[in-house]
Design a protein around this ligand. Structure first.
Ligand code: IPT
Length: 972
């Protein structure tokens, strides 16, 4: 199945901004033919100097957003999200590739279906987005094992080093992923512009390892520049800028707002932003720049969005451009996605990986998106920014208002950062700038209202105009129909001055709003206050006409830019413009609408007719020379609710007579893990090939009748629990541990549990059966390159009886097939070893007619595992995009719920926990057809789950066509 083969409507390539123009040219020849293989596009050399990357000698400011395909298991939605990213003005994406997501077992790799990264890379080519490919092997990313496959825990040799055991393992991955990346490089007509080795590699530094990663990449055909993302700041060593292991373009990761979302008013807790240059030969690269946060302390992601909101973005992102002169960026994250299945790393995240990003987990656009758009259109559109050096900044009359400047040595264009001297203040300050612009000295008033920063431009050839200077910021400009159309903006109620040069007095017409114009000495000076949208038409004066639109932040954010074969168009209105095509006299927009609203289009005059998503929109011509008409919002959408639930209780494993003869005997005496058991056999689940979700243990011993308690210890990762039954009697549950120390082998700390043996339960001389269910919340990452952390066991780590020295013999059972996946479609992270999972109760094809009627809303369930199933038919209108979540509404008792939608494990609801809404991506959830919803409730005590409903987050007319994600019925 390929993205190109889907027979969708053909449309010309759309790109945003001049920086993407090189790639646009590459693809323009094939752009209209989606089916063209990547190899048919012309290849371009990638070079770089201290200022920027260059594609075929043309400078590019790389403005990319991080996207994790593995957190969105509906490949048609990759297109949706990448189109949103592109429409925000990004000209690239930064992509981690997740080793463990593709490899259930050593030597076994899957790149199909939701793992089809070749398709993903083809899509970036089609959309004209550059790619920074980041295949690790270690990626961190708050994902299980930091992206390592769980089987690596059984491979001797320290991970993230040049140890031969690890080396052989990662080469296996790189030799598979590298060739896929290699064939999509810009140098072969594709989209990959750079290649990132490792991830924040410093702890346990091993330059030989870095050398091997680079050698592997080159041997596998990677010929674009190799980069690295150094952590934190220049104090972190090595920077990999020189010496053994050095990369061509060393980058830095920076998260100045920290990750404490409970204090969203925080300002720069972790520093000033990017201020240093790591290499004199390479551009300054902000490899991961904070664009959201993990929700470390359960504040909820909206708080993380606040912590990293527009004010932070203005001050920090703009400083990075001017203070540091950075021209390469990877914003982490542009869209976070979902830790579906067992994808999450347990210690830092829960199911949602929304990240407080500009695009929410439900694919909705936020105020942060608007800010990205304002900045993204500017940085990718104003070409002189790709090559600048520091210059003297205009003097500020007020020391509280600070200026810094850079200029392009070729064009002379100046970029002046205006910010508060104290970056923490939210004061309201005014100043006068004495500015030596390339077009002469000017005195200009500026105002900073609250936490704010601006990049002001002087001496810029704005299309056919000469912009001497402006105290409004440039969002974008385009040559449309023989004139220039420009959008400038400033904070509401602040003053703005724009000075343009003309050979003779031009004619100025204020079409909307208020502005005063004065002409003298070749200067046309416009003065105004940023309020709503002011429109000024300038004609004559020896230049082509200019339509200047001067707006507030909010007004600027209403504009979209898209390209057609006949040139760029600007659109005002709609929730999202994905692309535009001009055929004959008809301009068609692919756009999303939340309501019926006016759409205004600035297009070449040949566009006389307007359609939106192919539907005719009656439009009239405005005084601004644009076309405007009302485009229809969405139809009313009826969201059905899950009803008619059936229920079945499981956990036969707890019963003494359960037949476990097919289970694996757990009798190993050695382990690769640095954590060694103090006594008895190794019970670690990974050692027996059971890596994800729940595992069961059954231990047998001959009772003496003197037993007083069962003493256990398990490691689950943060938030995990384990539960214990003796001869079928439930003894209780305990919190699993997170970390054991290598030098304290039995370590009683991680997750001890002491369970009293009820009197009379055990009889001397009789065999007793201990059943233990252990959750596994995911594997530790390896941020510190420390096997003690990464190779932490999961499952039981200690077990003994109090009052008896009788030996216990153990069997273990986990996900069906262990590393030999029965369900390769959903992959290694979808299932654990619950009885229902092993029996296919989560699958749509499971026959549940024998189940009893019972709803999670009110059914009281006992400790152990209980399943609920229902079916849900959706019939949502075509041409609409409905974002739906599954909402949990209360309940009682300690329990957690695994959520299966058509067999796909979409996350884990922890009763009473921070996350109650679970994103169900279209495709996994069929919007036009039947769905099976299955809930596996693991209860520690008597519980009710409470109401479960399907909640609409938003409905838009528009969107992309989403096909059903395959959902094999039963058996896999
Ligand atoms: C940095 C990692 O590189 C990235 O994978 C992710 O974990 C991110 O942070 C946090 O979400 S590590 C950080 C300590 C800079």
């Amino acid at each position: 199945m390929t993205a190109f083969g889907r027979g969708g409507p053909r449309r010309p390539l759309v790109t945003l901004g001049a920086a993407a123009a090189a790639l646009a040219t590459v693809l323009a020849t094939t752009g209209a033919v989606q089916a063209a293989p990547a190899a048919a596009a012309p290849a371009h050399q990638i070079t770089y100097d201290r200022h920027s990357l260059m594609v075929a000698g043309r400078r590019v400011l790389l403005w990319s957003g991080e996207f994790h395909y593995f957190r969105l298991p509906s490949p048609d939605l990759w297109r949706d999200v990448l189109e949103r990213i592109r429409a925000a003005g990004f000209n690239g994406v930064s992509l981690y590739f997740h080793w463990g997501y593709h490899s259930p077992r050593r030597g076994v790799y899957d790149f199909t279906g939701v793992r089809d990264v070749d398709r993903l890379l083809r899509l970036t080519e089609e959309l004209g987005l550059y790619v920074v490919a980041r295949p690790g092997p270690y990626i961190n990313a708050e994902t299980s094992g930091g992206g390592f496959p769980a089987w690596l825990k059984n491979v001797p040799g320290r991970a993230r080093s040049s140890d031969p055991g690890y080396t052989a393992a990662y080469r296996e991955w790189l030799d598979r992923i590298n060739p896929i990346i290699a064939r999509h490089q810009v140098t072969r007509g594709g989209s990959v512009i750079a290649y990132n080795v490792e991830n924040e590699y410093a702890a346990g530094t091993d330059p030989a390892y870095m050398e091997d990663l680079k050698r592997r990449a080159r041997a596998d055909g990677i010929d674009v520049p190799i980069t690295h993302n150094q952590c934190c700041d220049a104090s972190w060593t090595p920077t990999w800028a020189s010496g053994e292991g050095a990369v061509q373009i060393p980058g830095v990761d920076d998260y100045p707002q920290s990750f404490e979302c409970r204090r969203p008013g925080t300002w720069g807790a972790w520093g000033e932003g990017v201020t240093e240059r790591l290499s004199d030969e390479a551009p300054v690269y902000a490899a991961e720049y904070q664009a959201g946060a993990i929700d470390l302390n359960n504040a909820g992601y909206d708080k993380c969005r606040e912590l990293t909101g527009p004010e932070f973005m203005k001050v920090y992102y703009k400083s990075n451009l001017i203070t540091a002169g950075a021209t390469m960026f990877g914003y982490y994250m542009s869209f976070g996605g979902t830790n579906w299945g067992w994808l999450g790393q347990p210690n830092d995240v829960y199911t949602s990986y929304d990240y407080g990003a500009a695009i929410t987990e439900n694919r909705q656009l936020t105020a942060k998106y608007d800010e990205f758009k304002r900045q993204g259109y500017f940085v990718t559109g104003v070409a002189p920014l790709t090559r600048t050096d520091p210059v003297t900044a205009p003097a500020s009359s007020n020391p509280a208002v600070r200026t810094e400047a850079r200029a392009n040595p070729g064009t002379g264009t100046q970029f002046v950062l205006v910010r508060h001297a104290d970056r923490r203040t939210d004061a309201d300050e005014t100043a006068t700038l004495a500015w030596r612009t390339p077009d002469g000295d000017r005195t200009l008033p500026v105002r900073l209202k609250g936490r704010d920063a601006k990049i002001l431009v002087a001496g810029y050839d704005l299309g056919g105009q000469r912009l001497a200077v402006s105290t409004s910021e440039i969002m974008t400009h385009a040559a449309i129909g023989g004139r220039d159309v420009a959008v400038l903006y400033g904070t509401e109620d602040t003053p703005g001055t724009t000075v343009l040069r003309y050979a003779s007095r031009p004619t100025v017409k204020v079409l909307d709003g208020e502005a005063t114009a004065a002409y003298g000495n070749g200067d046309l000076r416009l003065d105004y206050t940023h309020k709503g949208l002011t429109r000024v038409l300038v004609t004559g004066g020896g230049r082509r006409p200019l339509l200047l639109m001067l707006g507030t932040d909010a007004e600027a954010a209403k504009f979209w830019r898209a390209s057609t074969a006949a040139g760029p168009v600007l659109v005002r209105g709609t929730s999202l413009v994905r692309s535009a095509t001009l055929t004959g006299g008809t301009l068609d927009l692919r756009a999303d609408l939340a309501r019926t609203e006016n759409v205004e289009v600035f297009a070449p005059p040949s566009a006389r007719r307007l359609t939106v998503n192919g539907r005719y929109v009656p439009a009239t011509v405005t005084a601004s020379g644009s076309l405007t008409g009302a485009a229809a919002g969405p139809e009313r959408v009826r969201i059905p609710q899950p009803a008619r639930w059936s229920v079945r209780t499981e956990a036969p494993e707890a019963r003494p007579d359960f037949d476990d003869s097919g289970w694996t005997v757990a009798d190993r005496t050695t382990t690769v893990s640095p954590i060694k058991p103090a006594s008895g056999p190794v019970l670690y689940a990974d050692d027996y090939g059971f890596h994800h979700g729940h595992v069961w243990y059954r231990g047998r011993f001959t009772a003496t009748g003197e037993e007083t308690a069962v003493s256990l210890n398990a490691i689950t990762g943060r938030g995990g629990v384990y539960q214990v039954w003796l001869n079928g009697r439930y003894l209780g549950s305990a919190a699993g541990g997170t970390q054991a120390d290598a030098d304290a082998p039995v370590n009683p700390r991680p997750g001890p549990g002491r369970f009293a043996v009820p009197a009379g339960l055990l009889r001397a001389g009789e065999q007793a059966v201990l059943s233990v269910l252990v959750g596994n919340m995911g594997h530790n990452d390896d941020w510190t390159a420390d096997d003690v952390r990464h190779k932490q066991p999961r499952g039981l780590v200690a077990a003994s009886l109090e009052g008896s020295g009788a030996p216990i013999t153990w069997r273990i059972q986990g996900a069906r097939g262990g590393e030999d996946l029965p369900d390769t479609v959903r992959g290694p992270l979808n299932n654990g070893g619950l009885y229902g999972e092993r029996s296919g109760w989560h699958l749509p094809g499971h026959g549940d007619r024998s189940w009893s009627a019972g709803s999670p809303a009110d059914r009281r369930i006992g400790p152990g595992v209980t399943w609920f199933r229902t079916s849900l038919r959706l019939d949502l209108p075509e041409g609409h995009d409905a974002a739906l979540t599954l909402r949990f509404g209360g309940g009682a008792g300690r329990h957690r719920v695994l959520i299966f939608v058509n067999g796909w494990n979409m996350g884990q609801y922890v009763g009473g926990g921070v996350q109650r809404d679970f994103t169900l991506p279209a495709g996994v959830l069929r919007h036009d057809g039947g769905n099976t919803l299955a809930l596996a409730v693991v209860a520690e005590e008597e519980s009710t789950v409470g109401p479960v409903s399907l909640a609409p987050v938003a409905v838009h007319r528009g969107g992309v066509k989403v096909r059903d994600v395959p959902a094999p019925g039963a058996g896999g």
